[in-house]
Design a protein around this ligand. Sequence first.
Ligand code: THU
Length: 129
Amino acid sequence: MSVDWSALKAAALAVQQRAYAPYSDYRVGAALLTEDGGIVTGCNVENATFGATCCAERTAVFSAVAAGHRSFRAIAVVTSGAEPGTPCGICRQVLAEFGGDMDVLCFTPGGAEQTYRLSQLLPFAFTLK
Ligand code: THU
């Protein structure tokens, strides 16, 4: 299945508008492409304790799993700032749990973008195997 990047980026941009980021003002939107061609989104949700904050990528993965999806083809992540931010280490590990070697597109609303394979971002991911 080829990836409709424009649809995935549009979904990430739409959900970035819902980011709850009153502490950092760093807004992140993530759109996951499921194996059956669906799109599941997530935004970052911050908390006054800071530590209870959840990143956009994990919000998307957890929503997708709750909706019955466990296999993903790609993810598009849009971030605030001049340069596209890449998923944090915890999110890389969470993506690796379900993702196989998915494509990861990181971009800004201003047009900067970079693509990776998840195995590039997290070589030697932890497994219990
Ligand atoms: N954030 C994400 O949503 N994804 C990442 O991969 C890195 C960081 C969020 C967490 C926090 O709300 C804000 O960006 C600043 O760290």
